[in-house]
Design a protein. Structure first.
Length: 77
């Protein structure tokens, strides 16, 4: 697993990170790791999950109207 070193981080930021870590019951390292993981989501995995949902909906036989058509219809009123 890779390591990241952040230099010249303002002490006030470190204090806020430590406070946040304590509030979440985590170590400073764990809190920073969580923040970074949430800041850079795995979009590829998310799209795979979305495609899986779409396939299951299609197999279920449910149909949905095009939301763009519904918006246009509403605007035309």
């Amino acid at each position: 697993m890779a390591q990241v070193l952040v230099r010249q981080l303002d002490k006030k930021v470190v204090v806020r990170l430590k406070k946040r870590a304590k509030e979440h019951g985590r170590s400073l390292q764990s809190e920073v790791k969580t923040i970074l993981e949430e800041a850079v989501p795995d979009y590829e995995a998310a799209w795979k999950r979305i495609e899986g949902f779409r396939k299951r909906l299609k197999k279920s036989g449910l149909s949905f109207s095009d939301s763009a058509d519904l918006i246009r219809e509403d605007r035309d009123r």
